[in-house]
Design a protein around this ligand. Sequence first.
Ligand SMILES: [Zn+2]
Length: 108
Amino acid sequence: MSMVFCRGCGKEIHETAPTCPHCGAPANPQPQAQGKNNYTSYDQVPWYRKNWFAILCFFIFTPGLLITLLTGDVYYVRKGELKTYSMGGKIFLIIWVILSFVAVFSEP
Ligand SMILES: [Zn+2]
């Protein structure tokens, strides 16, 4: 229970009152709720809130891919035959990870 002063008559009114009960003036603007962002244009939205989906994908797939690459062979099947990625294929995947890192974390 907290009181604020009316901008119209200066009397104390409850902070959640939409209007002053003494003079009817509209109450002071509500203080912004903690943790809420009231952006009015897309330019104001920080990059990590714009790219949340890419960042989410990055944090899910990249650690798994890196762990897979660094702990052994990466397998795939071609024409029913079990194969492993060559060193070049692994390097390609690592470059892919680095490029996705740059794409996600560099501001456009
Ligand atoms: Zn008032």
